[in-house]
Design a binder for this molecule. Sequence first.
Ligand SMILES: [Zn+2]
Length: 106
Amino acid sequence: MSVHPVELQRLADQQLSLTWSDGVEQMISYRRLRDSCPCATCRQPDPPQPADGGLRVLSPAETQPLDIVAMSPVGNYAYHIQFSDGHSTGIFTFDHLRRLGEVPDD
Ligand SMILES: [Zn+2]
């Protein structure tokens, strides 16, 4: 039987605290969640850099500290996470969240 989160908490330093049904506690940063968003758009390769050496300009939302605006259950296997940068198409399965929490932040 697979485990599922029994408690989710947003911590002050942009970390999500997860407590699992097997008693394991994990912390995952919002940035890490956002960077590992499993949706089709985020899984595409990065767009090519401008050929003239210019760098991609950050949108205003990207320069703000990342936050989780909303997090809601999807069925009994995943969470839908809405980020403060306007991105909200990611469905994070419990397996995916658990794996993220098992690998330490760099
Ligand atoms: Zn995404």
